[in-house]
Design a binder for this molecule. Structure first.
Ligand SMILES: [Zn+2]
Ligand SMILES: [Zn+2]
Length: 219
């Protein structure tokens, strides 16, 4: 029943796609298939996994460029994206052209994330937390031990807030929320290596000092 997580960096931005699966039931979800959809689908098939869902943390092209390819192989896997990121998601083909990156238009999302939604892989639950700032509809998926944090927090850094639809003030509030989470939680970011809430609160210059004493504030 162990939850397994495999990070696969994809595309020119080396965004992390994550295969999330239950060892026993072979149920799986994929987080942010940002490019190389065919390769990701092949990896799922090689692992003999059934794909239950495509979970997108936010609508930037480096996180959704492989959605179409994965969905072609797993046509019943629903796509989840927060409605507030539809303007970004719907513009990725045009955006890709601006960067010189050909992107296959992703199919329309099937579900919109809402705060406190709970989604599962096998017996493992993830709760949705809306963390706007880097993108208006950015969410984190928070499990018992593992968090898919997208481009909100990286090891030692944070996501950009100078992109279209970004909001630096909202980002500060989102970072303050993350700082209040349990230190043991592993953070699996959209780029670069995984880390933990505890390590980032202690060492990430963008998070140091944001955490309030435990119990003194809201999460
Ligand atoms: Zn992003
Ligand atoms: Zn990114």
């Amino acid at each position: 029943m162990a939850l397994r997580i495999e990070a696969i960096p994809v595309g020119p931005f080396q965004a992390n796609a994550y295969l999330v699966f239950d060892d026993e039931s072979r149920r799986a979800a994929i987080v942010d298939p940002g490019a190389d959809g065919d390769r990701l689908a092949t990896r799922l098939q090689d692992l003999r996994l059934d794909l239950d869902a495509i979970w997108v943390t936010h609508g930037h092209l480096d996180h959704v460029g492989g959605v179409a390819g994965v969905r072609r192989v797993f046509p019943t896997a629903p796509i989840w994206l927060h409605d507030a990121d539809r303007p970004l998601y719907d513009a990725v083909v045009t955006q890709g052209r601006a960067y010189g990156i050909p992107i296959e238009a992703p199919p329309a999302p099937d579900h919109s994330w809402s705060e406190d939604d709970v989604v599962t892989v096998g017996a493992h639950e993830f709760r949705i937390v809306h963390l706007p700032g880097h993108a208006p509809g950015h969410v984190a998926l928070v499990g018992e031990h593992d968090v898919f944090i997208g481009d909100v927090v990286f090891a030692g850094s944070i996501g950009r807030t100078d992109l279209p639809l970004a909001d630096p003030r909202a980002m500060q509030a989102s970072l303050a929320r993350v700082s209040g989470w349990a230190p043991h939680l592993a953070l699996h970011p959209g780029h670069g290596p995984s880390t933990t809430v505890g390590v980032e609160v202690q060492t990430n210059p963008f998070l140091v000092g944001l955490a309030r004493p435990r119990g003194a504030g809201s999460t």
